[in-house]
Each structure stands twice: as structure tokens, then as C-alpha cells.
Write a protein that binds this ligand. Sequence first.
Ligand code: ZN
Length: 81
Amino acid sequence: MSTTKDRLPYYSRFEVLTEGEPAWALDQRAVLYHFDGLCYWRRPCDAPGFKRVTSWQAPSYGWFHRVDCACPLCTGHDGTQ
Ligand SMILES: [Zn+2]
């Protein structure tokens, strides 16, 4: 299944933690995770809201930022800027 999300670069949990920008990730069971810049949150597809989780409960990879994010990761991913 191909979606427009394929255009977004994916980051590791460590990268989004270091950057401190809001980020989102989906795991294999379509559970949505959110990083708000400080904490990790988890929302199963049948749950009404997010619950806070520890960092090691969040996916270690597959994180993405907003499409219009202007952080160094998104604007200069190769680090040459
Ligand atoms: Zn970014």
C-alpha cells in the first residue's frame, strides 16, 4: 500500500528525541504514537485518547515530522548545510 506518507523521511526515536519537534509513528498493529517534544504518547485505534508511555515502549524507528517542519533533520537531512 502506497500513500503520500512515503514522501516523508522517517527518523529513529533517538533522532526525534534529540530534535525535540512533534513527531508521529505507527507500529505494525496500526497503533498511533505521538511525541510532543518531551513525552511519548500511545493511542490504539479503538481508544478515545492518548496515554503517556515511556520512551522504550515507543517504536524505535518509523517516526515522521510535520510535512512543513523546518527542523535541521527535515531541511538538511544530509547535514551539509
Ligand atoms: Zn523535522
